[in-house]
Design a protein around this ligand. Sequence first.
Ligand SMILES: Cc1ncc(COP(=O)(O)O)c(C=O)c1O
Length: 486
Amino acid sequence: MFTTHSPDNSPLTLEPDSFRDELVRAAHWAADYLQALPGTPVTTPMPDDHRRALSAPALPDDGRPVPEFLDFVASEVAPYPGGNGHPAFFAWITTPPAPAGIIAHLLGATLNASCGYGENALVELERGAVRALAELAGLPAATGGVLTSGGSMANLLCLAAARSWFLRIRGAVDGAAYDEAHARLVCYQSTETHMSVSKSARTIGLPASRIRAVPTTSDQRMDVAALRAAVEADLAAGLLPFCVVSSLGTTSTGAIDPIAEITAVCREFGMWHHGDGAYGGLGATHPALAPHYEGIAELDSLTIDPHKTLNTPIACGAALVTKPARLRETFTVEASYLEGNEEWPWLSDYTVELTRPGDRALAVHAVLHQLGKRGVTALIDGYLTHTEHLRRLVDEIPELELVAAGPWSITCLRYRPAGYDGDVEDLNARIAQEIQRRGAAFVATVRVQGELTLRVSICGHRTTKADIETLVAEILEAGRSVAATR
Ligand SMILES: Cc1ncc(COP(=O)(O)O)c(C=O)c1O
């Protein structure tokens, strides 16, 4: 409960009534903003002088009244959104914020407890959030881990754990033995793997030459025979294959790598198997996707992004490790000023961060509280239903061509009218730009097996059937006008 206590002289004091009034004003603004969003352009180009004004040092000589800040956000910041709050936003995998998650963020900032050290209820909520995500994904009950800022950070933590585990079981934990083994480590991903995996591998010290990109089969899934051949070749060359990263929902097409077959290769050669499920890690909750997740319980670690599939506000990922002690052994560094509790270990021992936000745990709880297990399935079902509708329209409209349609809710397609003899890639790149400029929908491009396509990602709880139809109409209109101006 907020008390009426306020110090005499702090420049940060806001009298309780003013604080309450400002919270109410901000709450009304947030609700009105989100309600009005579907009727506004998805994005609005930001003039360069506005960029310069916003990026100038925000440092007045004298402070200003707090209420002016909301006015500033409303008039100078909100008119230039990233677009992902809008139901007709289909780019990347950036989703609108679930209302329950927004409330959780306000409450999290109010409680302001660190989930890294010390004792507080948010730490336990984070453990519970991690367990809930693990259960939804189909991982064993003993799985542990931490929430992160997103999939990139979760991939980094899991790769670091894989590296520590691999070197530890070889006794190469320090000195010359460590250096000698480290210089031979090799990690494997597919050509479709998200770039954050290479970034993670480089961050833990692997040069690009020891990060293998295994080819995929025609359905964009890792070619397991090619993986095995690469591992055998590296072993024969005296290298140390230590980790394979499979994708549980690739960013480009939503393909799911053959999890069980890759685990079999990992077990045979003593490697760690990490699953990057930033986008698709919760697919096992949906009956149409579940068969692709066979063997998920045997992973050593898994990345999930609640800020993707579950629409929690940015930023929320999760690094899940089926034997959590391996994560802890990787990141525990003793310090006399941080004496933790053995029975309830501090979460900073499982990650690189010491001070950690509690709003992620609250947001995952808030969204799962609203959804329950069935609601998670229903949410994903909505994405898949809209995806099916889109693919049906693409099938029916002669100018549209389906290029890739994985089990998940990403669809790659092209506008290619009959008899068009121009450069189809250039045409589709310009169509994406034209759609973005027009503002009724937003779509980006991706290359599938080297060829540029429009990529439609459906992962937002606000998207409706009508938004899918708007997108298709926009592709056709932009396509016709761009094709005519070549
Ligand atoms: C498969 C995959 N992995 C990792 C990431 C990185 O996640 P984040 O942007 O949350 O860091 C993404 C982002 O789109 C992704 O699609």
